[in-house]
Design a protein around this ligand. Structure first.
Ligand SMILES: Cc1ncc(COP(=O)(O)O)c(C=O)c1O
Length: 431
């Protein structure tokens, strides 16, 4: 009889639902999660440093989220219309998000960033968007353009990471280096007549913005009458309750949310200035500015109940001090392990996020990560996975949650210490 793993490998390409790239012999099937732990179908325990790619910031099966979902489930799962849950959640987001006068819900971060771009293009009546090399904005065209270019072209030329966007990327997207205001200003200056806006992950993957970078983008976009979009799918509710806008003190025109907002349930949200959001009003159908928005499961009562419960947990006193303290503890611990082993590497990230990059150079943009030893990073990630740390070996970004503590980080660091050893890395997988 086939094992669950064999069945998964036969029905899912690469044995996953996307972006997981585990060797077949390491593929697992998960049965349950609680807090920062999960178990596979062989009842093997993992400490979870992926935590649903950061979507379960409150920890797996948090009682408040479970209770909210259980209460809502018998009352109906979707009406594709406003419910008390979606209304109250929207009011809370408008209250906490400086950029949001009004918003709409969708079901994922990919949808949220797609709508932001649409709004920018329609509102400005210009066709192109500028993104930063190496940034991910979801599986839409702009998200996968110049995401992992192996031979990056000269700026601002885009590179398709996904074959299908070859033509649309060339037509619609310009690419700039993150943290380089000079080159970004030059590109914006030369293309302002055809640019609708700039989309940025305020903390790009795990690379923080250098002082003045986001402020500079804000000034440049205002000067050239472009819309600034913050993709807060990762940073929202994670770096601070008010997200990157609050944390870095820069307010964009439009903002996209997802992940942590839903407490692990499917959600996305996009919002911004009222005059921009106004162009989605259906009574404007036929108006040349009108933008189509429709998401069957967007704002459904189960996801928005889960989100309200997650936000009630995250908004408690001390949450963000705790998440930052823990992230610092993990990053410092990783640095110590590497230093003790005589390995040169950069440990980057902020808040409850960390990533190790095997290079001597400080990381400021995609190209500085590209020069790093990526094979080694992958080997370390796979070494950790084999030792019972659940993570995404393709992304190499580590996510902490409210359920993590110093003890779990110590457990991780012990295994990290084993995994970074040269001898261990030389050992073939599966032995
Ligand atoms: C910054 C950022 N934007 C957008 C997305 C897309 O979100 P989703 O996977 O919910 O579509 C992601 C997903 O990882 C992300 O990291």
């Amino acid at each position: 009889m086939q094992t669950l793993r064999e069945r998964s490998l036969s029905v899912f390409p690469a044995g996953s639902n996307g972006e997981f790239n585990l060797p077949a012999e390491l593929a697992i099937v998960i049965t349950k999660g609680k807090g920062c732990e999960l178990w596979d179908s062989d009842n093997r325990r993992f400490v979870d440093f992926s935590i649903g790619w950061g979507s379960v910031l409150v920890g797996h099966a948090h009682p408040a989220v479970v209770e909210a979902v259980t209460r809502q489930a018998p009352l109906g799962s979707n009406f594709a219309y406003v419910t008390e849950n979606s209304l109250r959640l929207a009011e809370e987001i408008v209250r906490l998000s400086p950029a949001c006068d009004a918003l709409r819900f969708c079901a994922s971060g990919t949808e949220a960033t797609m709508y932001c771009q649409r709004l920018a293009r329609a509102f400005s009546k210009r066709p192109k968007m500028l993104k930063f090399e190496g940034a991910y904005h979801g599986a839409n065209d702009i998200g996968v353009t110049s995401l992992f270019p192996t031979h990056p072209p000269d700026f601002p030329e885009p590179d398709p990471t996904s074959a299908d966007v070859r033509h649309s990327a060339k037509r619609d997207i310009l690419v700039a280096p993150f943290n380089d205001l000079e080159i970004t200003a030059r590109i914006i200056g030369e293309h302002a007549h055809e640019l609708a806006g700039v989309i940025v992950e305020p903390l790009q993957r795990c690379t923080p913005p250098q002082p003045g970078f986001l402020e500079g983008l804000r000034t440049l976009t205002r000067e050239h009458n472009l819309l600034l979009i913050f993709d807060e799918v990762v940073t929202g509710f994670r770096l601070a309750y008010g997200g990157a806008q609050q944390y870095y003190g820069v307010v964009p025109d439009l903002v996209a949310y997802g992940k942590a907002l839903g407490g692990g349930y499917p959600i996305g949200a996009f919002g911004g200035r009222r005059d921009i959001m106004d162009i989605v009003r259906e009574d404007r159908l036929g108006d040349p500015l009108y933008v189509w928005v429709a998401s069957t499961l967007g704002g459904n009562p189960i996801s928005t109940a889960a989100a309200r419960a997650a936000l009630s947990v995250l908004s408690q006193d001390g949450t963000y001090e705790r998440l930052h303290t823990l992230g610092h503890y993990l990053r410092e611990g990783m640095r110590r392990v590497l230093q003790n082993r005589g390995i040169t590497a950069q440990v980057i990230g902020d808040g409850p996020l960390a990533q190790v990059v095997f290079t001597q150079q400080p990381i400021r943009d995609y190209r500085s990560t590209q020069r790093a030893d990526k094979a080694r990073a992958r080997a370390v990630m796979l070494g950790l996975f084999k030792r019972g740390v659940f993570l995404n070996p393709m992304g190499t970004k580590l996510y902490l949650s409210m359920a993590h503590d110093e003890g779990v980080c110590d457990e991780f660091l012990d295994r990290f210490d084993d995994a970074v050893c040269e001898k261990e890395l030389a050992r073939p997988f599966g032995e």
